[in-house]
Design a protein around this ligand. Structure first.
Ligand code: SAM
Length: 301
């Protein structure tokens, strides 16, 4: 889908809380490591004044094209890059360190809405799920090639799926029968068969955790998060710079919590994770699972 055919649908999560924990003021340099269609960045820019600067990164070229339609200020630059490689992106701009970093992890509703990308249950064609069309292997390829134990491990660890073993076994059974699972519809029906439940049993799609786990595996998302936490953030934040991170699943939230607690260079600002208000959850159900953590980088000493 070209950006001209697509009006962004993503609603930024916890916008008020993000701005509050970022503690913005005019003149700061802010890195939005997951700029998406620019929802949070648009709000951030308003607090930075003409002397401030915003650098937006995204792994997905489609999202950057959407962001570039919205973020047209001269003090905003957009680069296609993983946040894990933010040091190189900043070097390219001659910016050694930044005052603030925002990471809003996971998937944008705009990516989900594009059926050709293969992120959602109603995806058309072959399951892809790659953030970048040429990086890594599409989900359909993983479903065709990974052994049963590896598939089970992915569903259990990345999706916390209780029926991981049965689902992995059903995927391999279909493969052996000459009918490999390669579309969203086939994956959904495979999960329904494996767990013996209807599509929307329990009020949400029965394949939700499996889709999430596959997307995380396809994009090696946890590796990017870990690298960002251990190498990149300490290298790019100024002393007393602040990182604000939004996560949508417990595995990622645990990584953030442990990284902030486990390194004496961090001063944790949010003692417990901040969650969305009931009013926001009513208006934007995607915010229901969001957790926000913020920490100040005090340096290596
Ligand atoms: C939840 S959306 C961000 C939405 C954005 N905050 C807004 O308000 O519009 C997450 C974005 O992160 C991007 N992304 C995922 N992994 C990334 C990575 N390792 N580096 C950079 N961007 C990434 C996705 O492509 C997606 O556009």
């Amino acid at each position: 889908m070209s950006p001209s055919e697509h009006r962004p649908v993503h609603v930024p999560v916890m916008p008020r809380e993000v701005l509050q924990w970022l503690q913005l003021s005019p003149g700061l340099t802010v890195l939005d490591g997951t700029v998406g269609a620019g929802g949070h960045s648009t709000l951030i820019l308003k607090s930075l004044g003409d002397s401030g600067r915003l650098i937006g990164l995204d792994r997905d070229p489609m999202m950057l094209r959407l962001a570039s339609q919205k973020l047209t200020h001269s003090n905003c630059q957009l680069i296609r890059s993983s946040y894990a490689e933010a040091s190189a992106a900043l070097q390219q701009l001659g910016v050694p360190r930044v005052d603030r970093v925002l990471l809003d992890l996971g998937l944008s509703s705009d990516q989900l809405a594009d059926r050709e990308r293969g992120f959602g249950f109603d995806a058309g064609g072959v399951l892809d799920m790659r953030f970048h069309p040429h990086e890594g292997q599409p989900a359909s390829e993983l479903l065709r090639s990974l052994d049963q134990n590896t598939l089970e491990e992915i569903f259990r660890t990345h999706g916390e799926e209780p029926a991981a073993a049965r689902i992995a076994s059903e995927i391999v059974r279909r493969r052996q029968a000459g009918k490999p699972v390669s579309t969203a519809e086939e994956l959904e029906s495979c999960v329904c068969d494996a767990v013996g439940a209807a599509r929307n049993a329990g009020g949400r799609n029965v394949a939700t955790r499996v889709f999430q786990a596959l997307r995380i595996a396809v994009n090696q998302e946890l590796q990017h998060v870990e690298r960002m936490l251990t190498e990149t953030l300490p290298a790019i934040l100024k002393p007393e710079g602040i990182a604000v991170i939004l996560t949508f699943q417990s595995l990622e939230d645990r990584l953030i919590k442990n990284a902030f607690k486990g390194h004496q260079g961090w001063q944790v600002l949010t003692k417990t994770p901040v969650t969305a208000s009931p009013a926001e959850i009513r208006l934007n159900p995607r915010s229901r699972s969001a957790k926000l953590r913020a920490a100040k980088w005090m340096g290596h000493e």
